[in-house]
Ligand binder design. Structure first.
Ligand code: AMP
Length: 204
């Protein structure tokens, strides 16, 4: 099954995508993570967009994604998170694959800012925490490995507001393009997950 999860930053797409991917046995593809996994000169170029809260150019993004779709674990489908982000990307995606379900996870802008400003992660083991909603036991320290937690460079309030503005202007129109169904992302993680499973016809 090929599923798109769409929603503003902080709506819980990544969390729901991981849950869904393990339930369905398909990979979770996050275009943000794909870009952040680049190294060397390419990473420097990518960071010049990401850190400012701007989108990476559509054609280049599509190339990265096409390469990922070509890997064998995508044969049974995928949960795509972070793409498409505008109508042009939606048309590009339609030209390379058929999507089965499109789900919108909605939250208010204020909630998005509250959640993202608190988001921290451990660079050593990859664990994620949120000072607002899921704090580590000791502030700034990873519960799992004791590493020092850091904030993403684009999780400053200024960059968050800019990304939300881009979401409303450029990403929202694709919800109509796909006839997306909406779930309320302000509910608990488990409730949102159950609602999504219901929508795609899977027993919780
Ligand atoms: P995310 O982790 O989804 O919040 O993405 C972080 C950043 O990666 C975004 O602010 C963009 O700079 C870049 N990015 C992620 N997905 C895309 C995409 N589909 N098109 C262009 N840039 C993207």
């Amino acid at each position: 099954m090929r599923i798109l999860l769409i929603g503003p930053q902080g709506c819980g797409k990544g969390t729901q995508a991981k849950l869904l991917a393990s339930k369905l046995g398909v990979p979770h593809i996050s275009t943000g993570d794909l870009l952040r996994s680049a190294t060397g000169e390419l990473r420097k170029e990518i960071d010049s967009y990401i850190v400012a809260g701007n989108l990476y150019p559509d054609e280049k993004m599509l190339e990265v994604l096409k390469k990922r779709f070509g890997e064998s674990d995508c044969e049974k489908g995928f949960i795509l998170d972070g793409f498409p982000r505008n109508l042009k990307q939606a048309e590009m995606l339609d030209s390379i694959t058929k999507v089965d379900r499109v789900i919108e996870i909605s939250i208010s802008d204020d909630e998005a800012v509250r959640r993202l400003s608190g988001r921290v992660a451990c660079p050593s083991c990859g664990a994620g925490f949120n000072n607002a909603t899921m704090p580590p036991k000791v502030r700034g320290i990873c519960d799992k490995c004791g590493g020092e937690l850091v904030q993403r460079a684009d999780d400053t309030e200024e960059a968050i507001r800019k990304r939300l503005e881009i979401y409303h202007r450029e990403t929202e129109p694709i919800l109509e393009h796909y006839g997306a169904v909406r779930v309320n992302g302000e509910n608990d993680i488990e409730e949102v997950f159950e609602e999504i499973l219901k929508l795609i016809g899977i027993e919780p």
